[in-house]
Design a protein around this ligand. Structure first.
Ligand code: XMP
Length: 326
């Protein structure tokens, strides 16, 4: 396949004026490419797939079918936001699949991180395949490929994103963001009316909380992780850190320590805070979180989250620590 190259004359999209011009051009191109046919999109709720969805909805409305697979490893509120923004506000043709039980049953007792990733990736393809087989007359597959993906690989987000799709799908691709850098995708997303938090959200790995619920995932520990992570995000929003820090999250290991609650012995898991800054994710430095913020997060997590009795802070830069724990 011919490699896509961004023309050197192409202006960097930095404002709504340029974004709207791009949107108008793409709407025309998409309508010409697609005609009256149907387009399928795996909508994860991440920045790229969300912006592609909004652009295609503008261009072809209900001819776009979005499939959102909830693998049960999403952060708190994420699948709900997909339904709210796309299913309700934008009135998209949205198929929502809650596959939580399928994924968690397969992951039961699996502790090897690479095996976990493989199971999640393969199952995602299977669920998506099954859903698309139920749909009639789909001629195109839309993808949120962006220019860095093309520079880094063959243009198909396969290995790193759970959105990697089966190679034998016989559909032509619609990739309207293929010439854009990430910062441009965000400007276009906001010009299309997507919520700021969705368009500027931090990177989130395809296997989701699966690589942060360390070792063999259990439902109770996954629940504790999701709740603790939601508190961390809320407090980072409150103090402005979420606009400043590149990636921040909680990891919960699969061991307990002794604690005390209500004058009784209380065994619980530790919640580990990780907050890093980077430009390319190859190296990363640690954000210095004010102690007052750390105390508040610690107090809230230990008081509000069932099963967690300690909060720890990971101070390790990359290298030597990777950003994720698994
Ligand atoms: P590491 O842990 O390798 O992470 O320092 C670098 C960046 O990549 C993200 N990451 C992943 N993204 N699937 C993804 O889509 C994965 O399996 C995966 N593993 C790590 C990580 O969140 C960080 O931004």
């Amino acid at each position: 396949m011919e490699k896509i190259v961004r023309p050197s004359s192409m202006e960097r999209i930095t404002n709504f004026g340029l974004a709207n011009k791009f949107i108008d051009e793409q709407v025309d191109l998409i309508r010409k490419q697609v005609g009256d046919k149907k387009v399928l999109l795996a909508l994860s709720g991440g920045v790229d797939s969300s912006v592609v969805a909004a652009l295609l909805i503008k261009a072809i409305g209900k001819q776009l079918v979005c499939v959102h697979v909830n693998h049960g490893l999403m952060r708190k509120g994420e699948s709900e936001q997909v339904i709210e923004v796309f299913g309700e506000a934008l009135d998209a043709n949205l198929v929502y699949v809650d596959a939580t039980d399928r994924f968690l049953d397969l992951l039961k007792d699996v502790s090897d991180p690479e095996k976990k990733r493989k199971i999640i990736g393969n199952e995602f393809i299977k669920v998506f395949d099954e859903e698309s087989a139920k749909l009639d007359g789909i001629s195109f597959l839309a993808q949120g490929t962006i220019y860095p993906d093309i520079l880094e690989s063959d243009g198909v987000k396969a290995h790193h994103n759970v959105g990697g799709l089966p190679e034998d799908m016989e559909m032509s691709l619609v990739e309207p963001l293929a010439l854009l850098y990430k910062d441009e995708v965000r400007v276009v997303g906001e010009a299309l009316g997507l919520p700021h938090a969705m368009v500027y959200r931090q990177p989130f790995p395809g296997p989701g909380l699966g690589v942060r619920c360390l070792g063999a995932i259990t439902r109770d520990r996954l629940h504790a992780l999701r709740e603790a992570d939601a508190i961390l995000r809320e407090e980072f929003d409150n103090c402005g850190l979420s606009e400043k820090v590149w990636q921040y999250f909680i990891a919960v290991p699969d061991f307990k320590s002794v604690g005390v609650r209500d004058s009784k012995r209380y065994e619980g898991w530790p919640a580990i805070i990780r907050a890093v800054n980077t430009t390319d994710a190859m190296t990363a430095t640690i954000e210095e979180i004010p102690y007052a913020v750390l105390h508040k997060i610690t107090n809230r997590i230990t008081a509000e989250v069932e099963g967690i009795n300690r909060v720890l802070l990971d101070l390790t830069p990359k290298p030597v620590g990777t950003i994720e724990w698994e």
